[in-house]
Design a binder for this molecule. Structure first.
Ligand SMILES: [Mg+2]
Length: 169
């Protein structure tokens, strides 16, 4: 079992991530995948709950930064502007380059950075490659694209193990 495919923490959704707990671990930058992590695919802007969570992170001293593989030229930008966060689209996860660019932009090091995402082979593997804390959540909605079910099925053994090994933040 490749350790690089296992997250440090597993939760049902981003709302199980306690900003104060992240801050206690020394995390000041939280990179977040967009599609199916913050909102479902196709939802153009943040919900009230996502806005409140971002504010709670900020209050705990944690900057939220959207790191998305979405190739649509405006999707990550529009969402990030509506939420008031920095962002990087077309990030190329699981390659670590996008992670490094995001950390450089904020002036943060891997020791103080975490990634949260719904996909093991992009978000978690990328976070491991970049040496940051990795947080896996369940995809918000699989419906709409058969490829998402296939990917989820491929991730299943790692998700089971992630869930079993997850420790509180
Ligand atoms: Mg995603």
């Amino acid at each position: 079992m490749a350790l690089s495919l296992l997250p440090h923490w597993w939760g049902r959704s981003i709302f199980e991530i306690d900003p104060a707990a992240l801050a206690r671990r020394g995390i000041t930058l939280l990179l977040a995948d967009l599609d199916n992590t913050l909102v479902p695919y196709g939802v153009p802007g943040p919900t009230a709950e996502v806005r409140a969570w971002k504010e709670a992170l900020a209050a705990a001293g944690v900057t939220l930064f959207i790191l998305s593989n979405n190739r649509h030229p405006q999707r990550p930008e529009r969402f990030a502007n509506a939420l008031g966060t920095p962002f990087l689209g077309h990030a190329g996860k699981p390659k670590p380059g996008g992670f490094y660019r995001a950390m450089e932009q904020i002036g943060c090091t891997p020791e103080h950075t975490a990634i949260v995402g719904d996909q093991i082979f992009t978000d978690i593997l990328g976070g491991r490659n970049a040496g940051v804390l990795t947080l896996l959540v369940e995809p918000i909605r699989l419906a709409g694209n058969p490829g998402r079910y296939l990917r989820y099925a491929a991730e299943w053994p790692f998700r089971i193990l992630a869930k079993r090994r997850s420790r509180p933040l």
